[in-house]
Design a protein around this ligand. Structure first.
Ligand code: ADP
Ligand code: ZN
Ligand code: ZN
Length: 753
């Protein structure tokens, strides 16, 4: 619905042209019906041919001579083409997450330029067999006809078959010119055939599905029955690693394929390992393909084409794979659904989970969404408990192997007893034991939130904001700053709790740990995996496979080493400074810590021998650490949801972060204050405003970053505030009053700002 006179539309959504907008007048009768994202019929070009177009934005002003602007003919009624769905989804994302329609369209229509089709050529016999045989004898033995002789001999040996063109030119050494003249003479035929680029060649040796356990079968039956009854729900599978989730996904996809539907399997980029892929390839062979950032543009384009034309049933990949244009999508599976990479960090800042659910509603016949995780996000578990999603639990590990023994080392006690190294005595003991016995160890440093949280190394006291329950970060000049409300205090010389002078920002990296390991155990072979050592393509896989091949005793790394790969010979996992991520300055710090610790601990003892895990911490009593050590998700959830409820954080309530970026600090702050006042004036009942305050990175490239947070129980209320804010900002922009400021929105933020 609009009061505007004009609509800007796109005619074609051939992907490169998304930016070309055309303006049309909206007939008065349509104004109370038309919405952004609608498909309309318009007269186009000189001959006014009828074309389909999509409404991208409304406008009050004519871009050119109003007398020449044509009128929209009407709303289009033939709906549900793949393009309609993409546009509808983009319109939904635009509103739900706040962004321009163009940015949303670019997201759902990954801008792959149209690529040349690849062509394969084949050579076969065209002449009747007898004539060809005669021709062969004509050539045989003649000095200047040797090439003809070779090729005819080959073709006559298998007269029914087509021989690949390259095989003839390369192996038989026949020139293109010779082939051409034979073709002109009518002796042979050269066929051309288009084919798709396929990212990886896998053999086609299909393997049957495993006989599922009762628990597994129950999930598959329930979901398929629901599907047959026309229900399109969201399901959450909560099951530890090795409990058989992937096997359930495969069985579910089988069921969907039987029903003529296709499947999208979402996997975090970092977990998209060769091992995972192989399981799908072995089961589905050629009907599955992969989409990820390492594909060439041509490969990406072809996978989209294959999906469109029915050449594949399943696509696996990270975030962008969600927008694969299957004609009959039946299911979206999101593995490791708690991963923060499922939230986009660029506009529109959408979440794959919610967007998949919306997509499921938009596709013809509807699609189901299945989430899986060993440590579900608070969001999903909360919704599962409230009945919005359906919850399944897989409690047993099917791989055998016992759960590891987890111990917590109190780093405060270590310091008190004179151990100032980064390894607790218990970890040193176990390291020695493993090195002696030729077993492998992983040392994991939790680098999240490392941006300088400040604590007392003697008593573990952490400096926190008195208003926000988040830790303060150290900034230049020794100021401690709260990133939520802007509170500041000078860093004290002595700990206010115990008087110790060991008050410092914790800084330790993988490099230091590697050095330290070498100092302690000079003969240990160490591999390091972090952002530095994985910069080049393929280096990630190389390090992992080298460790898997036992070319090293110790793998040191950041959270990267926690994902994916199985290392059956790892019997020790050391988590150094486990609480690092607890001090990250946002409300998800405990959740992230719990997830990381649980996953890291799960790396030990995957093989036949059982494993040990040592969690080193300055605050071992924290519930994230305690529950992770006990591998007790439910206990963690109960604590954490209580805290979220108390402070009205998502998922109990919703939060919108209004992010303001300005080259001028004062101007930015003034604008932010004005914006907050304006939003407050809307008098939305229950809305809580925080800030403006500087983001956790207060300035990037001389651009200041400010944020206002709004908490509100109803998401829709936040969307309305966003719409209002956008309108206000557009008005300021149009009057030239807003030059140095940009605005972005983030709903239920996950990634720090
Ligand atoms: P997850 O995805 O939860 O980590 P997987 O599906 O990878 O679990 O299963 C873990 C291991 O157990 C795999 O090696 C898999 O082949 C095996 N597995 C899973 N389900 C069964 C089953 N029903 N019978 C036998 N083995 C199974
Ligand atoms: Zn202290
Ligand atoms: Zn604060």
């Amino acid at each position: 619905m609009t009061s505007c006179e004009y609509a800007n539309v796109i005619i074609d959504i051939s992907h490169e042209k998304v930016d070309r907008l055309f303006q049309y007048r909206i007939p008065t009768a349509l104004r109370d019906k038309i919405e952004i994202g609608d498909c309309v019929n318009v007269p186009f070009g000189k001959g006014n041919t009828a074309r389909k177009a999509y409404v991208i934005e409304f406008s009050d002003e004519a871009d050119w001579d109003p007398a020449k602007i044509k009128e929209i003919a009407g709303l289009s009624t033939d709906h549900a083409s793949a393009e309609d769905i993409s546009i509808k989804l983009a319109a939904w994302m635009r509103r739900q997450y706040g962004s321009t329609m163009i940015a949303a369209l670019r997201t759902v229509l990954p801008s792959v330029k149209k690529q040349n089709k690849l062509v394969r050529k084949f050579v076969s016999l065209k002449m009747p067999l007898r004539e060809a045989t005669e021709y062969y004898y004509e050539c045989a033995g003649k000095k200047n006809q040797r090439a003809r002789e070779r090729i005819l001999k080959e073709l006559l040996a298998t007269p029914e078959e087509r021989i690949p063109y390259e095989l003839i030119t390369e192996k038989l050494n026949v020139t293109a010119a010779t082939l051409k003249s034979l073709q002109d003479k009518g002796v042979i035929r050269i066929d051309e055939e288009e084919y798709f680029r396929k990212p990886e060649a896998f053999n086609d040796s299909r393997y049957g599905a495993k006989t599922l356990s009762d628990e597994q079968q129950n999930i598959v039956d329930t979901v398929s029955d629901d599907f047959d009854k026309g229900k399109r729900d969201t399901y959450l599978i909560h099951g530890i690693t090795g409990s058989g989730k992937t096997e359930v996904y495969i069985a579910l996809i089988d069921e969907m394929i039987k029903r003529g539907r296709q499947a999208i399997v979402m996997i975090p980029e970092i977990a998209l390992t060769y091992q995972t892929l192989m399981r799908f390839y072995r089961h589905f062979g050629d009907r599955v393909s992969v989409m990820n950032s390492s594909l060439s543009p041509g490969e990406k384009f072809d996978q989209m084409e294959r999906a469109r034309c029915g050449d594949i049933d399943i696509i696996i990949g990270p975030r962008s794979a969600l927008f694969t244009p299957f004609p009959n999508l039946g299911i979206v599976i999101i593995d490791e659904e708690h991963e923060s990479s499922y939230k986009s960090e660029t506009m529109p800042k959408f979440h794959v989970r919610e967007t998949a659910i919306e997509l499921g509603k938009l596709v013809p016949g509807g699609a189901m969404v299945v989430l899986g995780s060993a440590t579900p996000s608070l969001e999903s578990y909360y919704r599962a408990k409230s009945g919005e999603y359906r919850l399944f639990e897989l409690k047993r590990r099917l791989t055998g192997g016992t759960l590891p023994t987890v111990e917590i080392a109190d780093l405060r006690l270590e310091l008190r007893s004179g151990n100032r190294s980064i390894f607790s005595r218990r970890l040193q003991e176990l390291m020695e034991d493993r090195l002696e016995n030729g077993e492998q160890a992983m040392l994991f440093i939790n680098r999240r939130g490392l941006a300088g949280f400040v604590s007392c190394r003697a008593c573990g006291h952490v400096f926190k904001c008195p208003h926000c329950d988040v830790s303060l970060s150290e900034h230049r000049g020794g100021q401690l700053v709260c990133h939520y409300c802007g509170y500041q205090e000078a860093k004290p010389k002595l700990c206010p709790k115990c008087g110790s002078k060991y008050v410092s920002a914790f800084r330790a990296g993988t490099q230091q740990i590697e050095d330290e390991v070498k100092k302690f155990w000079p003969r240990a072979r160490v591999l390091r995996m972090d952002a530095d050592t994985t910069r080049t393509k393929g280096s990630y896989d190389k390090i992992l496979s080298s460790f898997a091949n036992k070319e090293a005793d110790v793998l040191v790394g950041t959270q990267m080493i926690v994902k994916g790969h199985d290392f059956p010979d790892v019997t020790l996992v050391g988590i150094l400074a486990a609480d690092m991520s607890l001090y990250a300055n946002d409300y998800r710090a405990s959740e992230r810590t719990f997830q990381l610790l649980t996953q890291a601990a799960g790396r030990a003892g995957r093989g036949k021998r059982s494993g040990n895990v040592v969690i080193q911490s300055y605050q071992p009593e924290h519930y994230s650490i305690q529950t992770a050590a006990a591998q007790d998700y439910d206990a963690f959830y109960e604590e954490e949801i209580g805290y979220r409820d108390l402070l009205r954080y998502p998922p109990v309530s919703h939060m919108m972060s209004v992010q303001i970026q300005s080259r001028d600090e004062n101007e930015g702050m003034q604008f932010a204050n004005r914006l907050r006042a304006l939003m407050e004036q809307q008098k939305i009942p229950g809305a809580v405003f925080i800030g403006p305050a500087f983001g956790s990175i207060g300035k990037i490239n001389d651009v200041y970053r400010l944020a206002i947070y709004v908490k509100l129980d109803e998401y829709e209320g936040l969307v309305r505030l966003k719409d209002m804010t956008e309108k206000y900002v557009r008005m300021l922009e149009d009057s030239g009053k807003l030059r140095n400021i940009t605005l972005q929105f983030d709903f239920d933020p996950i990634n720090g700002y």
